[in-house]
Design a protein around this ligand. Structure first.
Ligand SMILES: [Zn+2]
Length: 289
């Protein structure tokens, strides 16, 4: 009896599991425009292997971060202005390791930690402008949840919803119509989504990033002001300027993160929840949109 239930479950789930995968594996994507939306410089880092792969395979990859990351420091001498400049350079240097040019990095300039208190209409309008301008085929964003809301910390929570809300607004001609009437942009519908920071059980797409693991190690090692003692006492962008042998240890830690903690069965891997369909259904368990 148990066996019968097992087979019935497989029979019912199989079409859903197949449906959930990209029809063409991500490693074979080419000619697409990918827009990743995050809240802070480094939110894209967990997807760096996939971004490097997409860029190398002839896709156009854009990274849009909503805040400048100008608050996250323990250094008592640091200012918001100086930190936003440091975080920008770290992000640009990290993307360069993935083959993504600075011109494909968009920062909307909002204050770190305050996204949920910013003017939501203005924020969505800004993101919609970029979606209508770049016409991405695929949107990458924090996973807002599937069936249930997924908990993220404040800015990540905001970025998850803002990204999908903007994708929805971008497709309606009469939402922010001035962009269309006065700026010559067109409505745009995104029907392809790769959600990152998804809960383990909801991930349905695993990307083998072996060929780009070194790029990811190097790109992650650019975020010195976040991942080292420079968080509390900024000493500059070079790992060798960190005290003692911390620079070497830092690079080793970044390497282990990619090759060990980020590995599935020994293979460096990134995981996503893939969704294909109208933005209205991006978090719906029922689908049908
Ligand atoms: Zn973040």
């Amino acid at each position: 009896m148990k066996k019968v239930f097992g087979w019935v479950a497989v029979f019912l789930l199989l079409p859903m599991m197949l449906w959930a995968q990209p029809e063409i594996p991500i490693s074979e994507w080419t000619g697409r425009t990918i827009l990743l939306i995050g809240a802070h410089p480094d939110d894209d880092a967990q997807s760096h292997g996939t971004l490097a792969m997409l860029q190398a395979n002839g896709n156009e990859v854009y990274v849009m971060l909503l805040t400048t990351g100008n608050v996250g420091t323990g250094d008592p001498t640091m200012t918001r202005d100086r930190l936003s400049k440091i975080r920008r350079q770290e992000e640009v240097d990290a993307l360069a390791e993935l083959g993504i040019p600075e011109s494909n990095y968009i920062n909307l300039g909002y204050t770190d930690g305050m996204l949920e208190f910013a003017d939501k209409e203005e924020l969505v309008k800004d993101i919609v402008w970029w979606i209508r301008k770049l016409k991405p085929t695929t949107l990458m964003a924090f996973d807002p949840g599937y069936g249930y809301q997924q908990w993220h910390k404040t800015d990540h929570r905001a970025a998850a919803y803002l990204a999908v809300d903007a994708a929805r607004a971008a497709e309606w001609r009469l939402i922010f119509p001035s962009q269309i009437i006065n700026e010559g942009l067109e409505r745009h519908t995104i029907t392809d989504y790769l959600f990152y920071s998804t809960t383990g059980g909801e991930a349905n797409t695993f990307v083998d990033i072996s060929a780009y693991a070194e790029n990811k190690v190097r790109s992650r090692s650019k975020y010195i002001s976040q991942f080292t003692s420079a968080f509390d006492n900024y000493t500059g962008p070079n790992p060798e300027d960190l005290p003692g042998n911390e620079g070497e240890e830092f690079l080793e830690r970044m390497r282990r993160g990619v090759y060990e903690r980020g590995a599935v069965n020994g293979v460096p891997t990134e995981r996503f929840r893939y969704y294909k369909g109208n933005p209205d259904g991006a978090g719906s368990r029922r689908g049908g949109y």
